[in-house]
Design a protein around this ligand. Structure first.
Ligand SMILES: [Zn+2]
Length: 400
């Protein structure tokens, strides 16, 4: 069993120890020391990082009572080593972890909402509450309550107890172990079985900020940050706000309204643009349909364009066919690597446009189809739009 300094005193960040063994398992190369201040992954708290004799400790896991420090490279073979825990990372975890105890206590004591899980993430933390809905006012009250616990700077005490002794405390949750019970106690606030690391008093948590919450099936997931993470979060939000106020040229309190107005304006402009394009198409249809070219027995309206997508081509063709029932329309658009084709005929013309299209599609590795009077398809621009149009015209003159 490794001697665990992080339980004796979570503030130990450097230590001397002796190498017990150094070897490799499926997770990498690791060293086991007779004693360590490195906290291994567990109880919702991520492992510590740092160095042992200057070699980077990437991961720490407890396996069969021994703490395995996974190293970036082997140690030099010295028996006595010096460990140094990355204190910023560890203290951050201590703040988040203790903050979680306090926030969970706040939700339970104020509203009876039970925490059923905790996640300590890289940037934010979450707790899952066993409820189907959380309202703004409740979240605000819990946050205030928790920050008041922090402000009153209560002691946080960790203690190893026997099962009988554990029963004397108002535990928040049933214990998951029956021996080696470690209680973490914040007098009058929280009594929980916990194997994590915490600061010595609630004041060191620094503060709790609830960022958001969302429904997740039958529970509510609350996202929060504690301590220095609040400052980091505020800094990021401030940067975003600076950009927004500059871009929108309004003070912070008017940003939301200005953004809404902008979205609304964009929608209106898009609608106006659609209307204009529709009018433009109508003009184009009018001009084209009155100047068809004779091809064999047919009058054929032909168009090569790089301005229209499939939808507009179809619209244009339909406008023309509504206008003149005795023409054929062959429209080819070439945009980027794509060729798109629409071919149709008026009610007075007897020609299978689907067949015309199907004969031509293979030359552009295309796909598509339709009905006898109207068909569309597209493919690759491996032939020019002019060539494709020629193919379509020649199909119109083939006897079928
Ligand atoms: Zn804890």
């Amino acid at each position: 069993m490794t001697e665990k300094y992080y339980y004796e005193d979570p503030y130990i960040r450097t230590f001397e120890s002796t190498v017990e063994k150094e070897q490799t398992d499926e997770n990498g190369h690791y060293v086991v020391l007779t004693s360590t201040a490195f906290y291994p992954t567990g109880g919702g708290q991520p492992h510590d990082m740092g160095t042992i004799d200057g070699v980077v400790v990437k991961n720490v896991e407890e396996v069969d009572g021994e703490v395995r420090h996974y190293l970036e490279s082997p140690l030099s073979g010295q028996e006595k080593v010096r460990g140094e825990v990355d204190w910023n990372r560890r203290f951050d975890h201590m703040q988040q972890h203790a903050g979680q105890h306090i926030l969970s206590a706040a939700f339970e004591d104020l509203f009876g909402y039970k925490t059923i899980s905790f996640h300590l993430g890289k940037d934010t933390c979450t707790i899952d509450l066993d409820i189907s809905n959380l309202v703004e006012e409740e979240a605000k009250r819990a946050e205030d309550y928790a920050n008041n616990v922090i402000l009153t700077n209560k002691k946080i005490v960790a203690k190893w107890v026997a099962p009988d002794e554990a029963k004397q405390f108002p535990l928040r949750k049933q214990l998951s172990v029956t021996e080696n019970i470690r209680l973490v106690m914040i007098p009058d606030v929280d009594y929980s079985g916990c194997g994590g690391t915490h600061p010595a008093s609630t004041g060191e948590v620094g503060g709790i900020s609830i960022l958001k919450w969302e429904k997740q099936k039958k529970l509510v997931r609350v996202t929060f940050v504690c301590g220095k993470r609040i400052i980091d979060e505020l800094y990021q939000k401030q940067k975003v706000m600076e950009k927004l106020t500059k871009t929108l040229s309004v003070p912070q309190e008017n940003v939301a309204e200005a953004a809404q107005r902008l979205v609304q304006q964009t929608k209106e402009q898009e609608k106006a643009m659609d209307d204009l394009r529709e009018k433009l198409l109508a003009f184009e249809a009018e001009a084209l349909v009155n100047s068809p070219l004779p091809v064999g027995d047919y009058n054929v309206v032909q168009l090569i364009t790089n301005e229209y997508g499939m939808k507009e081509l179809q619209k244009l063709a339909k406008m023309m066919l509504n206008e003149n029932s005795s023409v054929i329309v062959l429209l080819v658009s070439e945009v980027g690597e794509k060729i798109q084709i629409v071919c149709g005929r008026g009610a007075d013309v007897n020609l299978d446009m689907n067949l015309v299209l199907k004969e031509v599609l293979p030359v552009i590795n295309g796909k598509g189809g339709g009905k006898k009077d109207f068909a569309q398809g597209g493919g690759e621009a491996i032939r020019s739009a002019e060539d494709v149009l020629k193919e379509l015209i020649s199909q119109c003159t083939v006897d079928v």
